[in-house]
Write a protein of this length. Sequence first.
Length: 198
Amino acid sequence: MRLEIWFEFASTYSYLTVSRAEKLLQDTEVELVWRPFLLGPIFADRGLDTSPFVLDPVKGQYMWRDMARRCEKYGIPFMRPHIFPMNGVKAARIMTTALDQPWCGTFARSVFSAQFGRGLDISDNIVLGNALETCGVPQEPWLNRAQLPEAKDALRAATDQAGRLGVSGAPSMVVGDELFWGDDRLEDAIIFACDERR
């Protein structure tokens, strides 16, 4: 069974899921499929011009405190970045072009860690280049690929597909026809994917 993880690099809770998923799936036969996409167009379709955590300061304040608690619980570094939501378009394009590479999960974790673990700006090519070097690959070819029309089209298509699947937030997990929304549903999605009775 495949478990698709739809995530957005600007999403706080996606940081938790991307950080935890591979380890949780280690002793299962579930195939993990990374699905980067952009929340901006999905929010725009609902009349929102930014994150609900920005539009509702009370909800935003709760989210930051919740993130600090959950990161402490999971032993994941946490630092609130000075920009939120961050521009993760270039990171998502790189990830989209690297989905067939064995290091793509490492890249995603490195980008998230730079942003929410060290407070760095992931729209910066230096930050993205360092993330690529963490994967043991040369940065320039991949940074260049992110600017190609094919990369832009592929990310746009992925975002459209997310909308068709009913994805309204990140992270979202898809197992077959079932949709699970939120980092706190990651374990439920894995259990569902592992259930041999289906």
